[in-house]
Design a binder for this molecule. Sequence first.
Ligand SMILES: [Zn+2]
Length: 260
Amino acid sequence: MPSFNPALRPSDAVGGHRYIHVIGATVFVDDRPGDPTWPRHFLGMLDDEAVWGVDVPHGDDPSYGAATDLYSYYGRASEVEWLVAGRAVQLIDWARTHRFCGRCGAATEAQPHERAMKCPSCGLLAFPRLAPAMITLVTKGAPGADQQALLARGVQFRGPMYSCLAGFVEPGESLEGAVEREVFEEVGLSVGNIQYRGSQPWPFPHSLMVGFRAEWTAGDIVCDPEEIVDAQWFTRDALPSIPPHISIARKLIDAWLVDA
Ligand SMILES: [Zn+2]
């Protein structure tokens, strides 16, 4: 399994180069750099390989149609390669959308010693954008075969799939506070014993999913119709259709399945 080091500059021991061309929000990985005028961002070292994100201008396509979105890329690449491709998409999206200062409008400049865009006129710094979002699996009842988990179908889900509850963290809120608020807003339940269970970059386009388990403490399910079509308590032996392996939702559910 290769390891990734998100350095600011290539190390001295570069064994090769890998170019992740970002075409819109799709990626195409190649050992050739493409057009030398295209903006290039160093992403880090994948073992001894220097990895670059190449910002392909709108209208160009060095992949001739072979580029894939990050959903499709999952499973074709290793986990670490997928994470690095997500990093390329996120950093290039950030560079594309922070070319000018948000305060005074002057053109920004990439900083050599940190991952930041700086305004040469007023000094405003812009760092890569990350929107933390919490995702939680709520359980009810004592651990064991009879324990139930809450799974819900969001209004935006395409298929008949059920998943964990999720939502963005608001300014001034802790992650645990976001879990309590979102669960109450979406399904009307109170929860406690909120436990961190891992995180996952979610580059669609710039989230960081923070996963939790929580225990039901009070209330009956009342869905917010703006967000949730249906939510139910499920036992392990009667699960509905659940999300694919790419998602942390699935990892939270899979972990619950084996902990009876
Ligand atoms: Zn400025």
